[in-house]
Write a protein that binds this ligand. Sequence first.
Ligand code: GRF
Length: 209
Amino acid sequence: MAAEPVAKRLVVLVSGSGTNLQALLDAVAAEGVAAYGARIVAVGADRGDIEGLARAERAGIPTFVCRVKDFAAREEWDAALAEAVAAHEPDLVVSAGFMKVVGKEFLARYGGRFVNTHPALLPSFPGAHGVRDALAYGVKVTGCTVHFVDDGVDTGPIIAQGVVEVRDEDDESALHERIKEVERRLLVEVVGRLARNGHRIEGRKVVIQ
Ligand code: GRF
């Protein structure tokens, strides 16, 4: 008899409301760990007192906070974050609205298995204001991108993208909410496929087996 595949361990990083985290929590709960292929073993943040951490606590998942301002240098914060994540022995790390750029130490450990979701169609509109910048540019379609993190800002290999039409009456918040509906579904789908099937990265191409 073939052995049951072992569910992958996910650490999710958040900075805000955590609705993408909630979508992952709900998917694991609804489908079951074995069918989804992964479980969330910890949730980390760069700040305390956020809804993202409260969501993890309500789900009974361990949390940790690693604040840049508690360290003398950015590299020390980066090493501490990498260490805090490593304590939970993840197979994949997911940045679900984590608003910090990680450094060398973190990428040395998690490069190629650190997934981010960005609310624009990369390579257009990288950075912290992807929705605002797309709207200001006047694009007619935008969306979200799930990608692996490299040492640039939103420049890593793309795993999947979802498209959202811009409406004439959109402001940043209305557009972002519609993007997030697509983003949550895409993130759940992509993380599940990575966990169940494994992947390889060939240059800029991500191949999910
Ligand atoms: C998402 O749109 C993510 O792409 C962006 O911030 C938002 C996070 O939303 N970086 P939430 O905290 O998951 O609700």
